[in-house]
Write a protein that binds this ligand. Structure first.
Ligand code: ADP
Ligand code: MG
Length: 247
């Protein structure tokens, strides 16, 4: 299988504090990977470091995406190359509608001007797939949205921007079962042999609907164990404590 992402011995810090302590992770096209772990383990840090959030400093190691070393690249260049990240806590953007937000993002990423009418049509179809009230297209991004609506909006962005690598940071936290189902169906519709998904979570809700190829346990800035979907059950039975001595 073709390699899409290779994180090679990455150490990263925030405000001089080392959070990631040598991460190795390879994701091939067509794969779904899950990173699970305790609160504060560094899961969101890993997502941000792959995306290139400048608040985090990579002090060692490298990140290769689609054959190119992107370790020093800016977040917008990574987005153009096909990396997308959904936020654990999506912010609201007063004054910008959902439609304009996503269209602007798409224009920026593709470097083309998508035609307004064609875009409207695509947006409407994707919203319907997600059971996302289409009137929300004209509302300000996340303003007054419920937790479930914010997550649907993230999945909507993903499905329209069509990245090569989608990183979903705790897309399932705080969602009811219906919203989790809609989100995981959205991920399944998006996922194909040419792209890859990295799901970060600390509970197993969303994993009942998605078939990951690999599950990684992240504790104290290190991947302490990698396995298949059976690892999710193992964590459920043993708890994270069982892995702490591996960190
Ligand atoms: P997780 O997503 O696994 O819960 P995070 O990656 O968010 O963990 O956080 C890892 C560690 O980094 C935590 O100790 C957290 O307090 C710290 N941290 C994360 N973001 C910041 C920040 N912006 N400023 C200071 N410390 C941070
Ligand atoms: Mg987090």
């Amino acid at each position: 299988m073709a390699e899409l992402l290779r994180v090679d011995n990455v150490r990263a810090s925030i405000e001089e504090k080392e959070i990631l302590k040598g991460i190795n992770l390879t994701i091939n096209k067509g794969e779904i990977h899950v990173v699970m772990g305790t609160n504060g383990a560094g899961k969101s840090t890993l997502a941000n470091v792959i995306m290139g959030n400048p608040a985090y400093e990579v002090t060692e190691g490298s990140i290769v995406f689609d054959g190119e070393n992107i370790t020093e690249e800016a977040v917008n260049d990574r987005a153009k190359k096909g990396i997308f990240m959904s936020f654990q806590h999506p912010i609201s953007v007063p004054g910008i509608t959902v439609e304009n937000f996503i269209r602007t993002a798409k224009n920026t990423i593709t470097g083309e001007n998508v035609r307004a009418l064609a875009f409207k049509k695509e947006l409407k179809a994707k919203m319907e797939e997600l059971s996302f009230d289409t009137s929300y297209a004209n509302r300000y991004v996340n303003e007054g949205f419920s937790g479930g609506e914010r997550k649907k909006n993230e999945i909507l962005q993903m499905s329209i921007l069509n990245p090569k690598l989608a990183i979903l940071d705790e897309t399932d936290s705080g969602l009811d079962v219906d919203a989790v189902r809609i989100v995981s169906e959205g991920v399944n519709r998006f996922h194909n042999e040419e792209n890859a998904v990295l799901i970060i979570t600390h509970h197993n809700q969303i994993l009942q609907k998605l078939q990951p190829n690999y599950v990684h346990i992240l504790i104290d800035g290190r991947i302490v164990k990698t396995g298949g979907p059976e690892l999710v059950r193992e964590i459920e039975e043993k708890g994270y404590d069982a892995y702490k001595n591996l960190a």
